[in-house]
Design a protein around this ligand. Sequence first.
Ligand code: ADE
Length: 244
Amino acid sequence: MTGIISAMQEEIQALLNQLENVSTTKKGMREYYCGTLFNKKVVLVFSRWGKVASAATTTQLINDFNIDEIIFTGVAGGIKEHLNIGDVVIGKHLYQHDLDARPFYNQFEIPILKNKYLETKDTTNLLNATHNFIDCYGEFVSKTEAEVFDIYAPKVILGDIASGDQFISSLEKIAHLNKLLPTTTCVEMEGAAVAQICYEYNMPFSIIRIISDKANDNATIDFARFANTIASNYALGILKNYFA
Ligand code: ADE
């Protein structure tokens, strides 16, 4: 069974409309919709916004539903010039851009391994940190654009994604992120939290992000318009092709 998460109902509504044999379970203030989507058994849930909400939802999915993969689908703010609204990013590495526990860990380092600084008091060791990001290892990473998507006009790229509990809507913040995490293609608020939980439970996962805005001054308007109109149709098209 595949667990499918979005942050908002708007991002998943088109999938809910197609879901058959639906049964609903309520846990932790969220509805989990089990059913069949394109002949595949799935459980759909919207996590709500942010890393805490998406981590809690992912943990619940893994522990209480019999799933063998997780797909997160939603929108993101593109921060590279060549990425336009409507393009799609398949997550490659997931960063938590607001995670900074220096000097105990490197900037962005996810506290998974033991705290080397507290053990050794030696800051040189910190440079060998291996958990600044989580690698995506779901099905999507190994497929080509044309295999995965039945859409050819928008670009589909494999790229690094940075998550944080912030809606980014300023050129200064984009410049700051580009300096600190230069491979980042887009920003959102959940993916890296889902990635960390999946890593900790050894659960295959994919993060798919459709660019709804360019994280600039116009981001709030673009984001709302995109999320309310076509975001979930993208999710529908992408998953239809994936399950076919
Ligand atoms: N999700 C969609 N657009 C976003 C943005 N600009 N910042 C954070 N999360 C987003």
